[in-house]
Every structure is written in C-alpha cells, then in structure tokens.
Design a protein around this ligand. Structure first.
Ligand SMILES: *Cc1c(COP(=O)(O)O)cnc(C)c1O
Length: 349
C-alpha cells in the first residue's frame, strides 16, 4: 500500500509513487521475452529514447547505476583512469562499483560538478606511459546532482568531448536527470547527448517511473551493452511491464518538469537570505536545492531531524550540507509550506 504520508517528502525525486494511470498502463502493457527481443513495449521504449537522444540504438536497463557500470565496462579497461566532475555519482554513490566491476580509478576535476575542456586536458594521462594510468574515458553528469542540480554548460560539454576525441578518449553522459537539463536549458535531449559516444537517462527520477534507465549510443556499442547487461544480471524477461511506465511518462510527465523547477525555486528563495546558511541561488536551476550550514549554525543532521519533526523530509549530504529535491508528488503549495518550515527551523537557531 502506498503510504499516505503526513510528511512532505523532499529527500529525493526517486520517492514518487506510480500514478493510477501509470499503473494501468503497466497492467495493460503488451509484453514478451525481452531476451528474445520480443517485448514490444521494451522495443518501443528503446526506439523512442534512441530517437529523443538522437542515437541509433538504445537499451533498457534496471537502474542508473547499471547504466553507468555498463558504460565504464564498455569504454575503459582495468587499470585505466576515468575523469569525472567533483562528487560524481559514479565515483561517490555506486558502492565502489567502478573499481569492483571494471578495475578503473577516477580523477575528479573542476568545481561543483562542472569542469572545462582545459581542466580535462590538464588531467589526461597518456597511454603507453611507464607510470601513468591511461585516461580512456571522460564522464559528464547532467544535471549534476551534488552540484545542486546544475545544468552542465553545453558549450563546455561540446569542447570536452572534442578534446576527448582528439586524445582517443571515449565520452559518456550520465543523464540520470537529462530530462531536467533539457527542460531548464531549452536544449533538446538530442542536442545535449550529441557530443557523447554513449548517454543514459533515468525513468525513475523526475519522470516518476518505479524502475529503469535507458542507455543510448551507436548500434555497435549497444550490441556490446546487451552482453554487459547480461553479465551484470540485468537482462530481464517480460520487462515491458516496466517499459510501459516509461512510455506513459514520456507522454505525460515531461512537460510538467518545469513545475518541479519552479517549486525548488520557491523553497530556495524561502531560505536563501537567512543567516547561518550558504545557498547560492544561481545553482538552483532545476529540481534540487543544496545549501551549507555555517560552522556556527546547527549541523546538517540536526536540521534534517528538526525538519522531520515538523513534517518535512530532507537529506543530510554530509556534516554541513543539506539537500531538498522536488518531484511530481509534491505540490507548489507543499513546497511553499516546506520552505516556511525550513526557514523557521534555520532562523530559530
Ligand atoms: C540516481 C542517479 C544515478 C543512479 O540511478 P539508480 O537508478 O539509483 O541506480 C546515477 N547518476 C546520477 C547522476 C543519479 O542522480
């Protein structure tokens, strides 16, 4: 049973419940054995996402983490170096999977999740060097979760991928929130994905689906991804049940992402000026609000506990960093309320 929460849950955009209409679409989905390529709903979702991202082929996978792990498996070898933005999801939040599964190491560059082609160039370690681990992959996260949901500057993404190509380095777009990046920037998904060899999008974040991500790239890479997915245990059978939620979301939940962004602004503007916190409003571009508690103010876990007692769920990202995320299951009114609650808690201390 879905909880009927007394809480306004802003912990993540992954907490959404599939709507009644989405559940109906899932229940009525045409399905088949996807490992025989016979699931019409999965096939249609893959075709639609490939077209949206402007890539020849796409593959449904169970999670964003698996999409990232398949990308690393395909584009880097054990002992290689992978360059990412600071606090990249694949470096911080995948339980060490890149090291465990693919034997790679990360070099984080830039600040706040974004980086420049110059910063990439300065960090590239050449192949064939006697001591350096060869850089073979660069990954961009758009939007960047820990950077406050910022949109990665597209001109820089284009320059980064061109630099990578010149150096024989592959490029990957972790687009778990690429739909948010498109809504906020006005650029199409295809424009955002164009410079990259391989890209992923999540269905289970802002789009409100219960399960799933999709990888998109060349036919050759996606053929290899089919094998890697099987190796990782992510090849499914009648997964059209899940793909149907994605198809439903593409038709019904894309246009409303701008509402989530406006709701995040409401929360951010409700607290931004308060003493005791540092919140850069210029980072509030999509559905994520991240702020720092000042050294002399209560720490993040204290703020999270007080907010919970007042009916608002948010996340502590560390000792001083707090995150609130808007999504389709919280209204503008609830976000206004949550902003008020947070302002109260922060300014009372
Ligand atoms: C959530 C997220 C993922 C992982 O998605 P899961 O479906 O939770 O495995 C990957 N990258 C980014 C940027 C994310 O925010």
């Amino acid at each position: 049973m879905p909880q009927s929460p007394p809480f306004i849950d802003l912990r993540s955009d992954t907490v959404t419940q599939p709507s009644a209409a989405m559940r109906r679409a899932m229940a009525e989905a045409q399905v088949g054995d996807d490992q025989y390529g016979e699931d019409p709903s999965v096939n249609l979702l893959q075709e639609r996402i490939a077209t949206l991202l402007g890539k020849p082929a796409a593959l449904f996978v169970p999670s964003g983490t698996m999409a990232n792990q398949i990308a690393i498996k395909l584009l880097a070898r054990p002992g290689d170096d992978v360059i990412v933005g600071q606090t990249a999801h694949m470096m911080w939040f995948e339980a060490g999977a890149a090291a465990a599964n693919s034997g790679v190491q990360f070099t984080p560059v830039g600040r706040g999740g974004t980086f420049t082609a110059d910063e990439l160039r300065a960090a590239i370690k050449p192949r064939g060097h006697i001591v350096l681990p060869p850089t073979t992959l660069v990954a961009v996260e758009n939007t960047h979760n820990m950077g406050g949901g910022i949109v990665f500057p597209q001109a820089e993404a284009v320059a980064i991928c061109a630099t990578a190509r010149d150096a024989g380095i592959a490029s990957y777009l972790d687009g778990a929130r690429l739909f948010n990046a498109a809504a906020a920037s006005g650029l199409s998904l295809a424009e955002l994905a164009l410079p990259f060899d391989l890209a992923s999008v999540a269905l289970s974040k802002g789009l409100g689906c219960p399960v799933g991500s999709v990888l998109a790239g060349s036919a050759a890479l996606i053929a290899q991804a089919v094998t890697a997915r099987r190796r990782f245990g992510g090849a499914l059978r009648q997964s059209g049940i899940l793909a149907a939620a994605g198809l439903y979301a593409l038709d019904h939940n894309l246009a409303r992402l701008a509402d989530d962004h406006a709701h995040a602004r409401i929360i951010a503007e409700g607290i931004a000026g308060l003493p005791g916190i540092r919140l850069d409003l210029s980072t509030v571009q999509t559905n994520i609000v991240i702020w720092e508690m000042a050294p002399d103010a209560p720490d993040a876990p204290t703020i999270v506990a007080k907010a919970k007692a007042a009916g608002v769920l948010i996340s502590a990202l560390g000792g001083r960093s707090v995150r609130a995320v808007t999504h389709m299951d919280v209204s503008g009114e609830q976000c206004r309320q949550a902003g008020g609650v947070l302002a109260n808690i922060i300014s009372r201390d």
